[in-house]
Design a protein around this ligand. Sequence first.
Ligand SMILES: [Zn+2]
Length: 193
Amino acid sequence: MVIHEPVNLAMPLAKVLGETIRRNRRLPDGNDLREVLKGFGLEEICLDRGIAVFRGRTVVAMAFPRDEPLVVDVISSSGELSDALEVVAYLDRKLNAFIVEIVPANDIEYEGNIGLEPVIIDAESFELKSSPVLGHFEEEEGSPFLVIDRETYEHWKENGNTDICPICGGELAWKGERAYCLDCGYGVKVVKK
Ligand SMILES: [Zn+2]
């Protein structure tokens, strides 16, 4: 997994938080979040009442774990805010569903929803009710790729438009199991697992 900028952390984080909700049947707490962020190679540098700060080589994550909503702000470690993102997890009582979404701090940068759709999990059955396109990032020959699993891809193909880039909302050009986005420069790769 490579992390160069906030989106490289926000997308895998949203994916894992969704999986955590489905597994534990509740919102992730501070400990769950710590496990996830440390698993991504971030170092916890500060924990004070109601706030935890995690540092990676290129990003800083600030977590505000309270009962609800769970908020993680991801900014570039340069302090630049234009690509900052917020990952939010909460229970929507009207929908009776858990939601995990990625909200850009700067709306102008992004045309579409990051991941195309938020994670929506039914609060009774804990089934996934949406088709988010989330994964982690890897690098090949200097080019960063969003790696998505087969299940995510099948959901996307059935319920959405696979010509739209899940990172920036731009147009994707597919070549077999890989796609390239001319707008943001990221690739998308589907893996079997
Ligand atoms: Zn794109």
